[in-house]
Design a protein around this ligand. Structure first.
Ligand code: FAD
Length: 434
């Protein structure tokens, strides 16, 4: 019997794979989606902030039944040293809008819901099945996949690789390089249960409103990395991560970082009495624009984390995943309607559309940031300490006059970094940000 043939196969049922499969199924294509987990979301890890805009493009009415936790009305950004944090905070009642812009979610529930919408749109999903290899014709064109299930090859005109950061199929097939320890972070995360009233009183919240905290500084012990604490309805998500090459060089265990983060005097009172519900570890692609693989080829496209599409500066990933998956799907539907082949030349349209979107504009904008962070450890360690020292000197009322305090702050800066170092760092930061 001839193997079954599809218009498209999607590898993975995370945000990028679901967006691609949904778009193509809605566009009338015969789509097969293959997910190795027991169900979509079973193995997926995220903080997790959902950015509504990316999902609205796919499912405008998602707020009616998507499993959302809290809409975010307050963002805190904390620069931490060992005993203090210096913070920026923005809270606005404007975020209590009819269609809020950001939500916290729990990925296992969210991915399952999104996947049900994908199947309603007409895509076929098979779970507990791992794609092991891409199938190629004699010219090297991708024409389908092999899986770990019994049965022969599955054929399709195009394969969308949405297998996440550690996508072994893409690596084995030579579509993307092996992950480099310098371009990927390892993050650990815990879900901490707290009664709803406790979450609301500790974070000054009412109704479904939520707070998110992004943290950096000495919490990563000089390594490049960040931490976070997000409010769900009746739990908190807390996590910390650092670049893998830094973890390897220092020998510091990610869970030791998380334990220390939880004990920090700024964090401990917020999570006091909470019960650990679950914990997880996951990689995050943080190499930025320069670490991206080719995005398309003969019969294939790559989307989401598999394509290294994460904006580490703004802590955005799922929206780049959903948007790239949607654009991959739209490109394929467009080619099919024009009866064009899904070869490398025609699939170049995917890259072009991504270039026109915020996805590659943002990736390109921050392309110098990964190298800046690697080569300048003082940003994670010395500056948070200097900032904290300056704040203490400035805020303590101790009989020292204010001019003397200013001089003491400047003296401390000069002694620990030197004016040349300070100016050099400011120039490097400005250049990386342009
Ligand atoms: C700790 C942490 C916190 C984060 N916080 C945020 C946040 O708050 N906001 C945000 O926007 N982003 C966040 N991110 C990033 C975000 O999670 C990712 O960018 C997003 O999940 C990428 O989606 P994806 O579909 O490309 O990949 P994934 O979500 O990884 O999905 C890939 C899917 O492919 C499946 N798969 C893999 N290989 C195969 C195979 N061979 N065969 C079949 N199936 C396969 C996997 O099981 C998985 O379901 C965070 C990431 C981490 C680790």
């Amino acid at each position: 019997m001839a193997p079954e043939r599809f218009d498209a196969i999607v590898v993975g049922a995370g945000p990028s794979g679901n967006a691609a499969a949904y778009t193509m199924a809605k566009g009338g294509l015969k789509v097969l989606q293959i997910e190795r987990g027991e169900y979509p979301g079973a193995k997926n890890v995220q903080g997790a902030i959902l950015y509504a805009e990316a999902l609205e493009h796919l499912i405008p009415d998602f707020r009616e039944d998507a499993p959302l936790e809290r809409h975010v009305i307050e963002q805190r950004v904390w620069m931490m040293d060992d005993t203090s944090h210096t913070g920026f905070s923005y809270r606005s009642d404007d975020f209590n809008e009819e269609k809020p812009n950001r939500y916290t979610i729990i990925r296992a529930q969210f991915d399952r819901w999104l996947s049900s919408r994908v199947r309603d749109a007409g895509a076929t999903l098979i779970t507990e099945t791992t794609v092991t290899e891409l199938l190629r014709d004699l010219q090297g064109r991708v024409i389908g996949v092999l899986t770990d299930r019994h049965g022969g090859p599955i054929l399709a005109d195009v394969v969308v690789m949405a297998e996440g950061v550690n996508g072994l199929v893409g690596q084995r097939s030579g579509l993307r390089e092996e992950l480099k320890p310098k371009t990927v972070a390892l993050a650990v995360k815990e879900m901490l249960f707290l009664p709803q009233e406790t979450v609301e009183s500790r974070f000054n919240l009412t109704g479904d409103a939520g707070v998110v905290i992004e943290a950096m500084g000495t919490i990563t012990q000089g390594m490049t990395g960040t931490g976070f604490l997000y409010t769900n309805r009746e739990s908190l998500a807390i996590g910390v991560g650092a670049i893998v090459s830094d973890l390897a060089a220092t020998g510091i265990k990610p869970y030791a970082l998380l334990d220390a983060f939880k004990r920090h005097p700024s964090i401990a009172p917020l999570i006091a009495g909470a019960e650990v519900k679950e914990y997880a570890a996951h990689l995050i692609p943080e190499g930025g624009f320069n670490a991206m693989p080719d995005l398309h080829g003969e019969g294939w496209l790559i989307a989401g984390d598999a394509a290294h599409l994460v904006n580490a500066v703004h802590r955005e990933g799922s929206n780049l995943a959903m948007t790239s998956g949607r654009i991959a799907g739209e490109t394929i539907v467009w080619l099919k309607r024009r009866r064009e082949p899904c070869d490398k030349e025609h699939l170049a349209e995917y890259r072009k559309r991504l270039e026109d979107s915020f996805v590659l504009k943002d990736m390109r904008k921050y392309r110098k940031v990964p190298d800046l962070l690697h080569g300048n450890r003082q940003l994670m360690d010395l500056y948070p300490r200097l900032l904290s020292g300056a704040a203490q000197t400035w805020l303590r009322v101790d009989g020292v006059d204010k001019r003397a305090k200013e001089s003491a702050i400047l003296r401390d800066l000069r002694r620990k970094r030197g004016f040349g170092g300070l100016i050099g760092d400011a120039v490097k930061l400005a250049r990386a940000w342009r």
